[in-house]
Design a binder for this molecule. Sequence first.
Ligand SMILES: *Cc1c(COP(=O)(O)O)cnc(C)c1O
Length: 390
Amino acid sequence: MKKDTRIVTAGRRKEWTGPTVSPPVHHASTILFDSVEDLKHATRNRDKGVMFYGRKGTPTQFSLAEAMCELEGAAGCALYPCGEAGVNAALLTFLSSGDHLLMVDTVYGPTRAICDTLLKRMNVSVTYYDPLIGGDIRGLIQDNTKVIFTESPGSVTMEIQDIPAIVEAAHEKDVIVMIDNTWSTPLHFRAHDHGVDVVIQSATKYLCGHSDALMGTVTATEKYWPMLRENSYLMGYYAAPDDVYLVLRGLRTLSVRLKQHEKNAMKVAQWLKERPEVDRVLHPAFEDCPGHDIWKRDFDGACGLFSVVFNKGNDGAVTALFDSLEHFKMGYSWGGFESLIMGFYDFKKERTACAWDATGPLVRLHVGLEDPDDLIEDLSQGLEKFNAVS
Ligand SMILES: *Cc1c(COP(=O)(O)O)cnc(C)c1O
């Protein structure tokens, strides 16, 4: 089955949908059983799509979990109230006191913060590594290394990791490889096919796609799924049916939205690259992006998210730019249908294994589904304000 077909059909099993196209929104805590035999049957089959207790899910959740398994190519999928809950569930499921974690230096900020606080308190030691390390990660694996965490492209700075090389080194020592795959979605990087054991999505971003719900998904291979499933259930992770419905709804148009985000973002990025104020455009599809060749080899596309480093300007100039924009709204998150812009200040502190040497302002753009010509015009007038201050 081709990808565009799978995104339409995934998880739409008759048992979940009934006679409707999409599954109904089942609100349930208690599930009632007609007989002791029914109760025993549900208890035995509670991990096989038989309703047991609300926390284990209803056909609404079963449908999304199954869809994600099909799309990611996984043995199982657990749903979480947000992406960061998924990251933490994955880490806490597989790490124990005394273990060592190899964490990519370019990881999403809150994930880094968890390593430096909660994991540290739990006596998990963390080594940050260069995103471009590839197979040389072998040299960093210790006897107690349990997990290698990856995120490709890197958060904000967009370095592409050689995931197959990292997987090869990790699996020689039975080390678990995890990826935060949010930028790619299952459509642009099928991480499990490249050997990754545990794949995390912030479904808040493109899977939902409309900036109105938070959710996380984590998928795992046959080997790691039972432990992830049990721990997530016991820790009480759960995604509410109304939000699951929104993500299921968004998912069906993911493919067409992503194609348009990619196309619009390329146009805006290419325009920015020619601007005199721009030092670098950080976008994996550009040849000067670290890891670009790996991106071409392993990925099936880009999305609407990339960054820009300016060669001049200061906080005041960035403020003048941002405050003048009409279509690029300021706000955290990304992956919705609308364009967003965000500045990253004091960025040097965010990297410890690889230096961040840029001196000019660092700005991240999410290019939405507006006409890119309007977006370019918006940036063009904004850069006049930027220049007036710098
Ligand atoms: C947003 C994001 C998260 C966290 O997702 P939430 O749903 O906001 O908790 C994790 N990783 C990446 C790469 C993200 O962009």
